[in-house]
Design a binder for this molecule. Structure first.
Ligand SMILES: Cc1ncc(COP(=O)(O)O)c(C=O)c1O
Length: 488
């Protein structure tokens, strides 16, 4: 007799009529007729084919599904540019404190001084870390911060010159959200080529920088993981023509405590609390993309702005030049609490150490793996390093195959095929929270995959071989996702 393996079985196959996962006491109030309670056509008494299960069956189903996932609590997650680092549990405890978690966002200022105090303090810390004093915590993600920042730049130019200008310059290595945000704000995007060293070409910038240009949007360190070392000259060129420099601060974990964008001429930037300051993201939780800016841009911050008065902290809505509200209430306050707890736990020396370790770890991987994988920009990098599949291509193996094979060895794949200027890019960001043993394990696995590419390329084509599901039609999964169960 074959024994069925039920581990793969989905909840819908475990149904049995009449099974229940709850038991309620007998009703002791009159039954309310459903009729009329909801608009016609919206009420239903049963769902065809809906699974009927015991509590044990239900719990096992969801718990089993959770074990099919990979997460930062399971292992290294070297997803370049996304900074998927460990989220300390202490931060979770801070975010769950009843005084914060149960506070209604419409509680008047006098009765929510504690929550306002945390927001005010975090804003001050971010100002100190970046050297940019005007802060909003409202945006819900990095891309949302970009949009907010570009709206502020536009409003500022209109106020200053009566003309928002037409163009935003963006390097060819930029994250796709940068041109999208600029375009959304009504700007034409003009691309600037990177130099052979992987940084913005200063001569190309000087040529493109006219008085039609509202801003340069620049990521620093850039998406090749390289610090834009001519950044002061870059800022000078943009400012000389009356433009502003928007810094995409997604990679700030390479700089925290070591360099302040305000000091190297950046006018406005967003920070991803869910990257640099360890708050959860991806499937783990909502994001937070505060914007920090020079004093001159303060009038344009979204309302309300939390201000200190002799009577205490209050939310200030009376800001006539503000771009308006960009998110309900105060943004994702739970993330503010976590980031605050993170910064306070580490303190100034700890914060510096995060940047040091992020950079050290990424350089360690570059040097350890460069004999096996092409490193298109083989120079001192910051928090992430780009490899390519150039050598493996000779055996018919691609970046996708390498990424999929990593899953078999227990690693989440790195970011692939980005930045676009590197053919077959593998963008590896180990982050500061990985220790030497895990980095060495990653190196060994990558070396073994390089060996497999030479000796058993077909194996890599079939990877992953150890997961419940193997290769998906990724285009269909992205474009036609099945998000709801329907009876066949
Ligand atoms: C360089 C860069 N800019 C912007 C973003 C957008 O940030 P978010 O995902 O928080 O919207 C990302 C995200 O990966 C990024 O890596």
């Amino acid at each position: 007799m074959t024994i069925p393996d039920r581990r793969d079985e989905l909840i819908f196959n475990l149904t049995s009529p009449g099974r229940r996962g709850y038991s309620l006491p007998a009703r002791d109030v009159p039954e309310t007729p459903l009729e009329g309670a909801l608009p016609e056509g919206l009420a239903r008494e049963s769902v065809e084919g809906f699974p009927e299960l015991t509590e044990v069956g239900l719990v096992r189903h969801f718990t089993r599904l959770s074990t099919w996932n990979y997460g930062v609590d399971t292992g290294m997650y070297p997803l370049g540019s996304c900074t998927m680092k460990y989220n300390p549990k202490l931060n979770e405890a801070a975010a769950r404190m009843a005084g914060f978690a149960a506070l209604h966002p419409l509680t008047p200022d006098q009765a929510s001084q504690g929550a306002l105090g945390v927001m005010y303090a975090l804003a001050q810390m971010l100002a100190e870390i970046t050297g940019l004093p005007a802060v909003t915590l409202q945006p819900a993600a990095g891309a949302h911060g970009e949009l907010t920042g570009m709206m502020m730049i536009r409003k500022h130019l209109i106020t200053r010159d009566g003309n928002p200008r037409k163009v935003v310059l963006i390097p060819d290595s930029a994250h796709g959200t940068n041109p999208a945000s600029a375009h959304f704000c009504g700007y034409q995007v003009r691309e600037i080529k990177s130099s052979p060293r992987g940084t913005l070409s200063v001569s190309a910038l000087a040529e493109a920088m006219t008085d039609e240009v509202a801003a340069l949007m620049l990521t620093n360190p850039n998406t090749l993981g390289i610090f834009e070392e001519e950044i002061c000259e870059v800022a000078r060129i943009v400012h000389a023509k009356g433009g502003l420099v928007y810094c995409d601060g997604a990679n700030m974990n390479a700089l925290v405590g070591r360099a302040r964008p305000g000091d190297f001429g950046m006018d406005i930037m967003h920070l991803n609390l869910h990257k640099t300051f360890s708050t959860p993201h991806g499937g783990g939780g909502p994001g937070s993309g505060p914007v920090v800016a020079i004093k001159e841009l303060e009038p344009y911050l979204p309302t309300p702005v939390i201000v200190a008065t002799p009577e205490g902290l209050r939310r200030d809505y009376e800001r006539p030049l503000s771009v308006g509200r960009v998110k309900a209430f105060q943004g994702n306050f739970g993330m503010v609490l976590r980031a605050y707890a993170y910064i306070r736990t580490l303190g100034p020396d700890g914060i510096k150490a995060t940047a040091d370790n992020a950079v050290l770890n990424a350089n360690y991987l570059r040097v350890k793996l460069r004999d096996e994988y092409d490193v298109p920009y083989d120079r001192l990098n910051m928090h992430e390093v780009i490899f390519s599949d150039h050598r493996q291509n000779a055996h018919g193996v691609t970046t996708l195959d390498i990424a999929k094979r990593l899953i078999d060895y227990g690693f989440h794949p790195p970011t692939v095929y980005f930045p676009l200027i590197v053919h077959g890019a593998l963008m590896v960001e180990p982050t500061e929270t990985e220790g030497l043993e895990e980095l060495d394990r990653f190196v060994e696995v990558m070396k073994r995959i390089a060996e497999e590419a030479r000796t058993e390329p077909d194996l890599l084509k079939k990877a992953p071989l150890t997961t419940r599901r193997s290769r998906f039609d990724e285009a269909a999964a992205a474009r036609k996702p099945v998000l709801r169960w329907k009876k066949e």
